[in-house]
Every structure is written in structure tokens, then in C-alpha cells.
Design a protein around this ligand. Structure first.
Ligand code: ATP
Ligand code: MG
Ligand code: FE
Length: 335
């Protein structure tokens, strides 16, 4: 099965062509980061307009790079949500037009499920069940993945997402958007024991997360240092903040995996690109006899290949959309 997949949920216009669920023939990603950087974050109206300008070019490039034409496409997959409503609409409209014109099945994909499926592309033998930590710009979920389209949501953030916390702290440090990758880099040169930021574990049995208190602690630290005229060592703040985030993410993931007797922990989403998180998870996994998986960097952040993988697995499990498919800006991960 040749799948054409489209992703436009936020500020990446992306189109990919896959053979079945794991083989990527092309994955074209056009990022709008430079446009949004001027504003310190994604401006929804600007994002929609840029998607409209780019989408047909990106689709054409994806087909060309894959060496296929529209006629070879067996299945069309598209991000249905969650994401920005205007941005999502551009992808859905294009996908519907293509599926209708070609008379091919259409599958609306949950973007977060797509992030998980990036791992099936990276690891050709990876199969559910496994424990999954999903850490992206807008979501933080701890999930037990029972099947290719079956998820048990065990924990989630009660306030900020992990990526959001990175981006907000970066902003407070005067760093450009998106701050996650920059904090990651600075953290390598800093001392993660320099500042004792809180590790928020919530109730003893909870698999939920909370990052807004940590963000406030960083802001308070910066304000107090400024008032006292103390020098702020950005690398140390980045390293200490990052350590406080990743320790909680890793320990809760390990705890769930052990509770479920799961021998695999899979990471997904933009923050899974974080080197500190990857290393700590790998080290703890080694200690506990748990295998750790995460996709390569390009597959961690938004891309259409992961959407194509999710579309394929939904299709073979009978989840097919019709032409009433509509955007779901707040779509939840289903059970
Ligand atoms: P969602 O998937 O929840 O809808 P999104 O699509 O905007 O949100 P992703 O594309 O998964 O999010 O990831 C972007 C986020 O990942 C940003 O918050 C960014 O700062 C963060 N991020 C990317 N690379 C790193 C890194 N190396 N370290 C920490 N955070 C990172
Ligand atoms: Mg993005
Ligand atoms: Fe995403």
C-alpha cells in the first residue's frame, strides 16, 4: 500500500509518501519557524496562510522524491487534530480533494498517535505492547500502548506540556522560539546541580505531571537574582531546569513500565529529541532491564511520515474516514 500523508497541524507544512506503515519513500518538511520567530511563537493566522501557499508545492515534491505519481497512491492520510483549526483545515481540504479525485480511502489521523508511530518507522521490528512517554509542544501523556490503534491513557499533564515548559523558560532567559533545542544545547555546558529546582511528582500513586510550578520557580529565581544583582549563568539555569523536568519524566515512565511488567519504553514527540532526556532514560533503562526506544530527531518533531504510518495502521484496522471528516482542534487520544 502506497500512502500519501499530509501534516499541517501547527507550523510545519509536510507531505510524505510511505510504503506500508514503516517504509518512508519521501518526507518533505517545510518549517515556518523563521517567520514565527519574530513574534516569539506561532501566530495561527500566519501559519494558515503559509500552509495554503506551500501545500501544493510540498505535495508535488513528496511525490517526485518518492518517484511516484498520484495514480500510484492507494491511501490518503491527514492530520485531523489536535492542532490549530485554520492550519488543520488546509491539510484536510487538500487530502479530501486528492482522495475524492483519485477515488481512494481517506484516513483522518490523531497527530499524537502519529508521534507514537514515528517509532514504527525508526524501528522496523517494534510492536506493541509497550509503555510510551509522549512529550511534545502541547501534550504530555504517559500511555500504555496495547495495540497499533489501542492506547490506555494513564497519565497526563495537569497544566503545561513538557515542550511548553522548555519554550516558556527559554523565553524568560531571552532565547528565541522554539526554546527546547537551545536549552538542550546550553544544558550540556551547564551544571545541573547548580540550582535546586523542584521535582513535582504529585500524589504518590499519580502518573500525572505538572510543570507550571517549576516554570514559576525558574522565573522567581531569575527575578531574585536580578534584584540582588547576582550574575545569571544561563547554562546552569538551563541544565538545572532540564534536569528537574527529565528526572520526573523518566522516573514516572520507569515506574509505569515496572508496574505493567513492560520491557519496552518508547518516547515520542519533540521533547524526545532532548539529549538529556534520552541519556537519562537509557541509563535508567539499563539499570532496570528495560529497552529504550526513541525516533531520530527529524521524526521526533512534526512530519508527515509519522502521520502516514498512523494512517496505514488505522486503515488496516478498519478505521477509515468519510468525506465528512472535519478538523478536531482538541482531539484526544482514544482508548
Ligand atoms: P503537539 O504535538 O503537542 O501538537 P507540537 O507539534 O508543536 O505540539 P512537537 O513538534 O512534537 O510539538 O515538538 C515541538 C516541541 O518540542 C517544542 O516545544 C520544542 O521546544 C520541543 N523540542 C524540540 N527539540 C527539543 C529538544 N532537543 N529538547 C527539548 N525540547 C525540544
Ligand atoms: Mg512545529
Ligand atoms: Fe507535534
Amino acid at each position: 500500500i502506497i500512502t500519501l500523508a499530509i501534516e499541517t497541524s501547527c507550523d510545519e507544512t509536510s507531505c510524505a509518501v510511505l510504503r506500508n506503515g514503516r517504509e518512508v519513500l519521501s518526507n518533505i518538511i517545510s518549517s515556518q519557524i523563521e517567520i514565527h520567530q519574530k513574534f516569539g511563537g506561532v501566530v495561527p493566522e500566519v501559519a494558515s496562510r503559509k500552509h495554503i501557499e506551500n501545500i501544493n508545492i510540498i505535495i508535488q515534491q513528496a511525490l517526485e522524491k518518492a518517484g511516484v505519481t498520484f495514480k500510484d497512491v492507494d491511501l490518503v492520510g491527514v492530520t485531523q487534530g489536535p492542532g490549530l483549526v485554520g492550519a488543520l483545515l488546509v491539510g484536510i481540504s487538500s487530502a479530501k480533494a486528492i482522495a475524492y479525485a483519485l477515488n481512494r480511502p481517506l484516513v483522518g489521523v490523531n497527530h499524537i498517535e502519529g508521534h507514537v508511530c514515528a517509532n514504527y518507522i525508526e524501528f522496523k521490528d517494534l510492536e506493541p505492547p509497550f509503555t510510551c512517554l509522549i512529550v511534545s509542544g502541547g501534550h504530555t501523556y504517559l500511555v500504555q500502548v496495547e495495540g497499533y490503534t489501542k492506547y490506555e491513557l494513564v497519565g497526563r499533564t495537569r497544566d503545561d506540556a513538557a515542550g511548553e515548559a522548555f519554550d516558556k523558560v527559554a523565553r524568560a532567559l531571552g532565547l528565541p522560539y522554539p526554546g527546547g533545542p537551545i536549552i538542550d544545547k546550553l544544558a550540556k555546558e551547564g551544571n545541573n546541580l547548580a540550582i535546586d529546582f523542584p521535582r513535582v511528582f504529585l500524589e504518590p500513586n499519580s502518573y500525572d505531571f505538572s510543570f507550571s510550578g517549576l516554570k514559576t520557580a525558574v522565573l522567581n529565581y531569575l527575578n531574585q537574582a536580578k534584584q540582588k544583582g547576582e550574575k545569571i549563568i544561563v547554562e546552569d539555569v538551563a541544565a538545572s531546569f532540564q534536569q528537574a523536568v527529565i528526572e520526573v519524566l523518566v522516573e514516572k515512565s520507569i515506574k509505569l513500565a515496572k508496574e505493567r511488567k513492560s520491557h519496552k519504553i518508547v518516547m515520542a514527540g519533540g521533547v524526545a529529541a532532548n539529549e538529556g532526556l534520552r541519556n537519562l532514560m537509557k541509563n535508567r533503562g539499563k539499570e532496570e532491564g528495560i529497552e529504550i526506544y526513541y525516533p531520530s530527531r527529524v521524526l521526533c518533531t512534526d512530519n508527515a511520515a509519522m502521520i502516514g504510518s498512523a494512517a496505514y495502521f488505522n486503515y488496516i484496522n478498519g478505521n477509515i474516514s468519510n468525506f465528512h471528516l472535519n478538523v478536531e482542534p482538541n482531539l484526544e487520544l482514544k482508548g
